[in-house]
Design a protein around this ligand. Sequence first.
Ligand code: NAD
Ligand code: TYD
Length: 362
Amino acid sequence: MPKQVLVTGGAGFIGSNFVRYLLQTDPEVTIINLDALTYAGSLENLNDLPDPARHHFIHGDICDRPLVDRLFHEYAIDTVVHFAAESHVDRSILGPGQFIQTNIIGTFTLLEAARQAWLTEKTVPIEQVRFHHVSTDEVFGSLAPEDPAFTESTPYAPRSPYSASKAASDHLVRAYHHTYGLPVTLSNCSNNYGPYQYPEKLIPLMILNALHGKDLPVYGDGKQVRDWLYVVDHCEAIWRVVTGGQSGETYNIGGGNQPTNLEVVHTLCDILDELAPTSPHRPHRNLIRFVQDRPGHDRRYAMDITKIGHELGWRPRMSLTTGLLETVRWYLDHPDWIEAVRKGSDLQKWLERNYAQRGGNP
Ligand code: NAD
Ligand code: TYD
């Protein structure tokens, strides 16, 4: 069983939820959390960790090979769970370079360090090691309404700089398994939502804008479909794959909820109407504005999760209705987190840059 786990990107949205989940779930594990604290990462996401003595935060870049080498040795790392990435499609459209650097070169750097430590220097017995790569359903491209959901054997067809960079990193991870025998697993997951998500993504952006009476910018006709998954369900699925998945295998993870974007925004507005009855912005649906679409916008994603269900007995627990309610509650209950994240990042500048060009009012 894993003991010394290097989590990359553990100060981001999913990574910080995973750190919390793992500390709660597995009392044997020590976590070494390597994160560069980009605009998307924050130590505020790691407040109130259970059993914090088993969590070591390292401020650094996954592209820094000497640093990564040092961590493999100093902590005798036996497991890597690799989240660190540039993760926002809109940012990849306006500036793809950083996506190539972090998502491709960063993954390559980690793979090389793992190969050196585990296969050449044999720092840990080979049967105890695992490199797990966290990836996305976006590598499969876009589905038409009548298409079946993505399976693990759907051909890759990424259409944004973000998804192309994730596809490249997935291929590298598989290549290290086939070429060098590195023990790896991969998971491709659908859109996550829940606590600690940086408010540039659809769900937290809509919640915060609605609270402040700002426009709710819906891209295009709002009929795009995403397969929403509650983040804690994702964390559980990843740990199942790391501890029980077959080396060399890929597992699809999804929520089984496939509403249109507009339906999601409507639901959030209705929840806010109820939870914030004195808000001067009720009914929040009046704030919805249709703005210029994202270039190359993928129309529909849906995940077939038969394999992880059959092999590892995982399925999502949280319904979308309850998950959205919990998420809105979490943002309402955490104004200090919102304020700290706003102050410590480029959020307002980003919103002005992204939404002014779309005809929205950031
Ligand atoms: P995020 O943007 O919230 O967090 C990314 C984290 O990585 C941040 O803490 C950031 O500081 C860190 N980071 C960025 N560049 C780094 C570098 N060079 N070195 C070290 N750390 C660096 O992202 P997220 O939404 O939590 O996504 C985590 C992973 O899950 C990503 O690999 C993403 O592709 C994948 N994923 C995300 C979703 C989703 O819906 N959010 C869905 C499927 C897969
Ligand atoms: P997002 O949260 O950026 O995730 P992804 O692009 O990785 O799926 O967007 C989810 C969906 O919501 C996507 O179809 C784009 C759409 N969207 C909007 O309509 N308005 C927005 O302001 C944002 C950020 C996204």
